[in-house]
Design a protein. Structure first.
Length: 230
């Protein structure tokens, strides 16, 4: 009798172990859940294969379309020279208009009206020429707004040109009244840091190639001595 009980005990133990370690199909998640898990796994596999064959640029990367690039030099009084590249391949109408304004000496004498540390340096409002650098430097944001400083341009708007250039540190983009609008004119800004949240909303058309150490030294009220095309 005892041998029989022993055999039965072994058999029962084996059954219990099989239940614990080899769950039968009827104890797994329901068929709909299994189908969804399979679909998600397939999507992940396809996405991984796509990313492998189409690698994205690393964070902060800036792939400039060099074909036809235009070199310009911005000279800021008491600060130094800042060399820039403009990319007509990425923003043809924007670059064409900026080059036209630079060649006409439009920017010479304009004051830097906006400096936001850790964000941007912005310029291009011709009405700032009426002010002395020291006087403009004293004005707060509310004062600038009341005087309309920062709201003016050459009088010719530029169509919004969307491209893949990103707002990394040193990149240059058009200032707009609202994102993705055809309100660009003569005002532009230099990104002091990577401002990725601006990507796609403002047309990036250039980048600082030399003198990025000069840019953070710029103060509100500094004068653009000259802006030239090389």
């Amino acid at each position: 009798m005892r041998p029989v009980l022993a055999v039965l005990g072994i058999a029962i133990g084996a059954i219990l172990l099989s239940i614990l370690f080899q769950r039968p199909k009827e104890l797994t998640s329901n068929p709909a859940e299994r189908a969804e898990e399979k679909r998600v796994a397939e999507e992940k596999k396809v996405l991984a294969e796509y990313n492998k064959n189409n690698p994205k640029p690393k964070a902060g990367a800036f792939v400039a379309p060099k074909e036809g690039a235009v070199t310009a030099v911005l000279t800021v009084a008491d600060r130094g020279d800042i060399t820039m590249e403009f990319y007509p391949k990425a923003a043809p109408k924007t670059v064409a208009r900026l080059v036209e304004l630079i060649k006409s000496k439009f920017y010479d004498g304009i004051l830097i009206h906006r400096v936001a540390p850790g964000f941007v340096v912005q310029a291009g409002d011709p009405t700032t020429k009426k002010y002395k650098p020291a006087d403009l430097a004293k004005l707060g944001d509310d004062d600038l707004a009341k005087l309309g400083i920062g709201s003016n341009g050459s009088g010719t708007n530029i169509p919004f040109e969307k491209n893949d250039l990103t707002n990394v540190a040193g990149s240059i983009a058009m200032a707009l009244n609202s994102p993705k609008s055809a309100t660009g004119d003569s005002q532009w800004f230099i990104n002091l840091v990577d401002n990725s949240f601006l990507n796609g909303d403002y047309c990036v058309f250039g980048k600082v190639t030399q003198g990025m150490d000069v840019v953070p030294k710029i103060k509100k009220g500094d004068q653009i001595k000259q802006f030239t095309i090389k």
